[in-house]
Design a protein around this ligand. Structure first.
Ligand code: CO8
Length: 274
């Protein structure tokens, strides 16, 4: 296995993007989210693929934004309360990343080996097909209310549309994790495997093979056009949510609450409901 933090590979008709920071539960810093976005862009332009699969190594799909981001730590504290800093580091990045996931032309698949948190949970909510290794070990946590933040990555729209109002309210108002079983019952998860695999790699390979088999002999242009048609009805909701969320999020960073909460999270003074 490569030592890169995020790996990009073309495997037949699929691009496979692997989050590979298992020691940090695949939490991503600003540069790594940027890299993920660049890879999604690259995958969009691949001539011979029909799907883009996102997968991870280790026991988490992703623990969201890295609370110990070095760049954040090394920034002059005075800058951490300025429009200049958060417009580029937060507003622009979140709008861009969310749009890239929403507008991705290929089938966007997630092979989910474990829990997902924060901004990455919002990106997962923008994937088309969700395959989970073990429902009993999976949860989706959108802990924005515990961090002095608001919903990100259009999750205020997607939580509602994919899990229903009640679960969206639990996630966003109470910062409660939504269990794998609840996600499955809501129809968010396409398939799960009862954790039957010996390794995450075996799970990832199985999902890849099943998906490549599933598209075999189908007419690719029809698939791609169907994706465009299917997403037409959600675009307005996603785009509205994306712009509203970043404006409110910017306000929270300028207020300064999340900076403090992130620092407390790093020393475990703030904990999430699990
Ligand atoms: N960032 C950095 N490191 C992390 C993160 C994270 N988000 N999550 C886990 N880790 C690290 C831990 O520090 C630990 O490292 P080490 O072994 O070196 O001490 C290792 O991963 C294992 O973690 P734990 O020991 O904590 O494992 P547990 O099983 O006890 O707990 C949890 C797992 C519950 C996931 C816990 O680690 C946790 O609460 N993590 C924080 C999750 C979180 O709040 N993520 C942020 C969500 S908000 C978001 O994504 C959008 C914010 C936008 C920010 C924009 C900034 C520019």
């Amino acid at each position: 296995m490569s030592t890169e933090d995020i790996i990009y590979e073309v495997k037949g008709k699929a691009v496979v993007i692997t989050l590979n920071i298992p020691k940090k539960l695949n939490a991503l810093n600003g540069d790594q989210y940027l890299q993920l976005g660049k890879y999604i862009e690259e995958a969009d332009k691949e001539e011979d693929t029909i799907m883009t699969i996102i997968q991870s190594t280790g026991k988490f799909f992703s623990a969201g934004a890295n609370f110990a981001d070095k760049k954040l730590m090394e920034t002059d504290p005075a800058e951490l309360f300025t429009h200049e800093y958060w417009l580029s580091r937060f507003v622009a990045r979140n709008v861009w990343l969310t749009n890239l996931f929403n507008d991705h032309k290929k089938i966007l698949v997630a092979a989910v080996n474990g829990p997902v948190i924060g901004l990455t949970s919002a990106l997962l909510l923008l994937c088309d097909l969700i395959y989970v290794n073990d429902l009993s070990k999976f949860y989706l946590l959108a802990p924005f209310a515990n961090l002095g933040l608001v919903a990100e990555g259009a999750s205020s729209a997607t939580l509602y549309s994919r899990l229903g109002w009640s679960k969206a309210a639990e996630a966003l108002f109470l910062a409660k994790p939504i269990s794998g079983h609840d996600c499955y019952n809501a129809g968010f998860i396409n398939k799960h495997y009862d954790g039957k695999f010996e390794s995450v790699e075996e799970f990832n390979t199985t999902v890849q093979n099943e998906l490549l088999d599933a598209v075999e002999n189908l007419h690719e242009d029809s698939i791609l056009q169907n994706k465009q048609l299917l997403k037409l009805s959600r675009d307005q909701h996603i785009n509205n949510a994306n712009s509203q969320e970043v404006m409110r999020g910017l306000g929270k960073w300028l207020e300064g609450v999340p900076q403090g909460r992130f620092a407390q999270l790093a020393v475990k003074e703030v904990k999430h409901k699990l």
